[in-house]
Write a protein that binds this ligand. Structure first.
Ligand code: BGC
Length: 478
């Protein structure tokens, strides 16, 4: 059992050890030219950062006006703000990242929280099989969690559960909605247009599991709420992990498509910003991005997400390496059977390579030779791999900065004290991701942004946020 307040903390991770491409001893001019061309293609200039931000803001405005726009700008039905004094016990089910998690959350007030949680692996087959089987699996996980932690209810009462379902869902109430599309490698059949809460509740009921789905929550909304629980200046929740997306607090009068209760002053909007630029109007897509997109389970969708999120960065990098190998500019034109397989170059390897500070690039060598089974590598090979990894990683962080800058500009939040809660493996573990984002924001807004805006890790935003949302739902219905 852990007893930790959700606080912004100093992020304990490695920093990038930059490799200056000018120090590489190139084997040929062709090799130098190829690397320089990649640098050109992958570098996000300050001007492009500004242009993407401006385009992004237009997308936000369109999505606030009507449904069906590229950025869905989903109304979350979360209208109240938190002040940290909230108390209660809730269950949270978090689905949408690499693992499924069940969390028992106890809010003790004063911004304090205790949690117990168990992670479960979702089999790849379940992700793309029958929807019913996937939801049955979720119910079984909750059931075994209650057993494992010996959590019981009195009499015929029910647990209230916040369901973090981190996919684009058009919400129709705090605990109802319809799935717009699957993302992040999920593609369970028969779900698009259906209500995930109805499927989950049905799976609970059929098993007589005493749980009521009280709130349907996107992980970004949960992250915003979790961060706000002890940081009331929080204006935005962002996920930079397997997928990416953001949520922020919008003034009701700006949500012109909203037809519901307008008595509240503001509402959290789940932007679904990973879908930005489906039109391919502004993002600097390369042939390596396009190749990965075509082979994904959702081609032509989630274009920004595919340039930022952890699920995709390794595959983009692999595509670049393959291209250089095919042109005999890397590894003397030889490929390993492992690297030849799609999705084998994990984003986690990129973190290790970015942080590699040894003179011989020892950690990079280990990944290439021991994990990916290249019989041998030269220093030149390893240097080029490191430069490529940095290009892909930095582009992801700078595009995240462009999106965050768009939100800060739209709301004007950068002009005052504002806190941003970010969760997700990329933000937590990828070297220098947070520094790159802050540098990008400074390029857009100037040094004042560093004084006004703080970015903090909102660890476990999805779990705690779902509980907070269930609590707000109960408050609202009373
Ligand atoms: C989903 C979002 C989610 C994000 C981060 C995206 O693929 O569409 O709903 O917030 O991933 O998990």
């Amino acid at each position: 059992m852990t007893s930790t307040p959700i606080a912004s903390k100093i992020i304990p991770k490695a920093t990038r050890v930059h490799l200056d491409p000018n120090t590489i001893d190139y084997t040929s001019d062709r090799q130098r030219n190829a690397v320089e061309a990649l640098i050109n293609e992958f570098t996000i200039s300050t001007q492009l950062l500004q242009d993407v931000k401006a385009n992004f803001m237009e997308g936000m405005n369109k999505g606030l006006q009507k449904d069906g726009e590229t950025m869905a700008m989903v109304t979350s039905y979360v209208m109240g703000r938190l002040d940290g004094s909230e108390v209660g016990s809730y269950l949270a089910l978090d689905v949408g990242g690499t693992n499924l998690r069940v969390v028992a959350v106890h809010l003790t007030g004063g911004g304090e929280i205790t949690t117990r949680q168990t992670k479960y692996r979702i089999d790849e087959k379940l992700k793309v099989g029958e929807a019913k089987a996937l939801f049955d699996f979720m119910a079984v996980c909750v059931d075994s969690f209650l057993d494992e932690h010996q959590i019981t209810v009195r009499g015929d009462t029910q647990f209230e559960l916040g369901f973090t379902f981190s996919f684009p869902v058009l919400q129709t109430s705090i605990n109802r909605g319809t799935l717009i599309s699957w993302t992040k490698g999920f593609n369970a059949s028969g779900m698009v247009g259906k209500d995930p809460v109805a499927y989950l509740q049905d799976a609970f009921n059929r098993r007589h599991i005493p749980v009521r789905v009280a709130a349907l929550v996107n992980d970004t909304v949960g992250t915003l709420l979790a961060h706000a629980y002890n940081n009331p200046d929080t204006c935005m929740g962002v996920i930079l992990g397997t997928g990416c997306n953001g949520a922020y607090i919008e003034k009701m009068e700006n949500i012109t498509k909203w037809k519901g209760d307008a008595s509240a002053k503001e509402m959290i909007i789940n932007m679904e910003f990973g879908a930005f630029d489906k039109e391919r109007a502004i993002l600097p897509l390369t042939m390596f991005d396009n190749k990965m997109d075509r082979k994904s389970v959702n081609p032509n969708k989630q274009i920004l997400e595919k340039m930022i999120a952890g699920m995709y960065l390794g595959e983009i990098t692999r595509n670049i390496l393959l291209n250089l190998i095919d042109r005999r500019l890397l590894f003397e034109g030889n490929i390993s059977a492992d690297l030849n397989q799609m999705w084998t170059f994990e984003t986690a390897y990129m973190s290790t390579i970015e942080a590699d500070s040894s003179a011989t690039l020892h950690a990079t060598r280990k990944i290439l030779e021991s994990t990916l089974n290249f019989p041998s590598t030269t220093m030149n090979d390893r240097q080029i791999v490191k430069v490529i990894v940095e290009l892909v990683g930095k582009r992801a962080a700078r595009l995240s900065a462009a999106a965050i800058a768009g939100i800060l500009e739209h709301t004007g939040a950068w002009k005052q004290k504002a806190a941003i809660g970010i969760d997700g493996s990329l933000f937590e573990y990828y070297p220098s991701f947070n520094t790159d984002i802050m540098d990008g924001l400074e390029e857009v807004f100037g040094p004042i942004v560093r004084q006004n805006v703080s970015i903090g890790l909102a660890q476990d935003g999805s779990g705690v946020g779902a509980a907070l949302c269930a609590l707000l739902a109960a408050k609202h219905s009373n």
